[in-house]
Design a protein around this ligand. Structure first.
Ligand code: AMP
Length: 219
C-alpha cells in the first residue's frame, strides 16, 4: 500500500518521511533523492537532469516513471512512502496503470499545508551533510556539535543548488502549476487528508500516524 506525501518544497515531506522510517514499517521512495543520486554519480541520467533540476524545472515524465518502476519492482508488498511523486497529471495516470498491473493501491494522500513565507524561511536556511544527506537548518536544526554531522560525523556540508532563493520561486510555481491538479485528482477520489504542516514536526507526525492507522496502514 502507498502513502503519497504531498506538499510544496519545504513543507516537510522529507522530515515526515524520516520520522515514519523510524517505525521500521515503511520503505521510502523520494524521486528527488533518486535524481540527486544520479547527478552525484554523474550517470547518463544525472548529466541529463542536472541543469533542469538546478533551474527548479521537471525532467520528463518518462524518465521519472522509469525510476519509479525500478523502485516498485524491488519493494513489492511493502508499505511505501512516495515523497515528491507523482507531481504531474501524466505521472498520476501512468502510476494508476502501474498500480492496476501490480494489484497495489494508494491508501492515503497526506497534503502538508504551509504558507509561502514559512516555505521560503525553511528552504533558504536548509543545508545537508555531503556524505549521508542528513538535513539541517541554519536556525531550526543545527548539528549537536557545530560543523559535525550528527548522523555520520562528516565535516562537509552542502546547500542544494535548487534551494537558492531565485530558483525557489520557479519550484513553488511548478508546484502551483502542475502539482496542485494532482492533489485535486486524489481529493475527488476521497484519498486526501489535509495536515497543518506549519506545526512542529512531531505534532504533524502524530496526526499523520492517526490518519495512516485510519486508512489501514500498519504502524
Ligand atoms: P524534491 O527533492 O522533491 O524537492 O525534488 C527536487 C527536484 O527534483 C524537483 O524540483 C524536480 O526538478 C525534480 N523532481 C523530483 N521529483 C520529481 C517528479 N516526480 N517529477 C518531476 N521532477 C521531479
Amino acid at each position: 500500500m502507498f502513502l503519497i506525501l504531498f506538499g510544496a518544497p519545504g513543507s516537510g515531506k522529507g522530515t515526515q518521511s524520516d520520522l515514519l522510517m523510524q517505525t521500521g514499517k515503511f520503505v521510502h521512495i523520494s524521486t528527488g533523492d533518486l535524481l540527486r543520486a544520479e547527478v552525484k554519480q554523474e550517470s547518463k541520467i544525472g548529466l541529463l537532469v542536472r541543469d533542469i533540476m538546478a533551474r527548479g524545472e521537471f525532467p520528463s515524465d518518462d524518465l521519472i516513471m522509469d525510476l519509479i518502476n525500478k523502485q516498485i519492482d524491488t519493494n513489492s508488498d511493502k508499505q511505501i512512502i512516495c515523497d515528491g511523486f507523482p507531481r504531474t497529471m501524466n505521472q498520476v495516470l501512468a502510476f494508476d496503470t502501474l498500480l492496476g498491473v501490480k494489484k497495489e493501491n494508494i491508501g492515503l494522500v497526506a497534503n502538508l499545508k504551509v504558507n509561502l513565507n514559512m516555505l521560503v524561511e525553511r528552504i533558504s536556511g536548509r543545508y545537508s551533510c555531503k556524505e549521508c544527506g542528513a538535513v539541517y537548518h541554519d536556525k531550526n536544526k543545527r548539528p549537536l556539535i557545530e560543523g559535525i554531522c550528527d548522523r555520520c560525523g562528516s565535516k562537509e556540508f552542502l546547500r542544494r543548488p535548487d534551494d537558492q532563493p531565485d530558483v525557489l520561486e520557479s519550484r513553488v510555481q511548478a508546484y502551483l502549476d502542475q502539482t496542485q491538479a494532482v492533489c485535486e485528482y486524489y481529493r475527488q477520489k476521497g484519498l486526501v487528508k489535509d495536515l497543518d504542516a506549519s506545526k512542529d514536526p512531531v505534532s504533524v507526525n502524530n496526526e499523520l500516524k492517526s490518519c495512516l492507522i485510519q486508512a489501514g496502514f500498519k504502524i
